[in-house]
Ligand binder design. Sequence first.
Ligand code: ZN
Length: 348
Amino acid sequence: MRKALLVFISLSMSLALQAQEDSVATREADSLRHAFGRQEVKPTTNRSSSYADTLDTGNPAVKVVLYDNGTYRFVKDPAALADDKVFTENWDTRAVNPYREPDPIPDQFSIWIVDSLDSYACPNKTHPRSLFGYRHGRRHQGIDLPYPKGTPVPATFDGKVRISDYVGGYGNLVVIRHANGLETFYGHLSERKVQSGDWVSAGDIIGLGGSTGRSTGPHLHFETRYKGAAFDPSWLIDFENGTLRHRLLKIRSWYFNPNQRYVQNVDDEDEIFRTDEEDRIAAEEQAKKDAAARAAAEAAAMRYHTIRSGDTLSGIAKKYHTTVRALCRLNGISEKTVLRVGRRLRVR
Ligand SMILES: [Zn+2]
């Protein structure tokens, strides 16, 4: 019984971890939101069964906890991430931008936004009030979301709190670093509910909405940064619908231009920003496609006739609505060539 259970679980686990859209992982993620981080891994109080075992998965930060009634759930283990370079290098609990000598950012690259547990919580499903970019001559590195004072602010993704402090214009600021290298900023909070070094899960309450710092009324100032460089959070989140735009986010270096706002149809711009090497590869691929299409068209157009006793070139030409001259040219023969029975003549 136990063995069968394990087989079932490891099977469903590997499916869940491999197939990013798997519904088991998505469902389990909900029950995990508050189990990650500062709490111990133990059965929640509404479960009648007791803890039985813990299993490893392919992902070092994800474990499976088994209960003796046969139920299980996925649990994130922050200890497995504690030594990860992302959480040790350029780690500073005070500096807003701790990346003093950042690696050069490639023209474009992709990062996974959510892992197999699908952990994501929208900061606020709303119409953003003030957008990314320059505003009254002042650089605005994030987006402002209407946020009544005292409203709980959730962590957008799993991660580790880097800053929880009062920081100038930001007022009460919480900065969370995520395993993919992204950082999310939550500014103007009336209260901070976490401390530097805390591991948080998407959806955990990290503070309350407010108007501290340089602010004219309660709102949440939300930023997304990669290695210290801010980009419009709208590339990532559709705030109007409260949804993530991508599970795998493609980031182009020009997103970090301080006046580059999100634009909907960016795929057209891919061509503009293609490198010479990418142009060359694209041209080669196009040439291969063209050649294949030509060959296919020619193959589709060819027709053959197998010579039978009594066939003549003029008879064949008539049958296939062509001319004797054309038949001779196609087959490299002359009108005087003897037609052997069984020979295949190309007629088109
Ligand atoms: Zn703002």
